[in-house]
Design a protein. Sequence first.
Length: 71
Amino acid sequence: MSNHKDNSEDKAEAIGYVAGGAVAGAGVAGAVGGMGLAVGGTAVAIGAAPVVAAGAVVGLAAYGLKKLFFN
């Protein structure tokens, strides 16, 4: 069973991965610019916020994979 210190270190590391993913998502949104999704003859604009959120999710997934393989 882990102690409180290890738990807070894990949280800090997870937050770092989420923040890194969000920054990467912001970078992608900035580099690509205006994006859109076209399906069935309709198109919807995609702003930066969903791309940043997707980056945060990918960062958290990377943290989970790291914990899976290295702990």
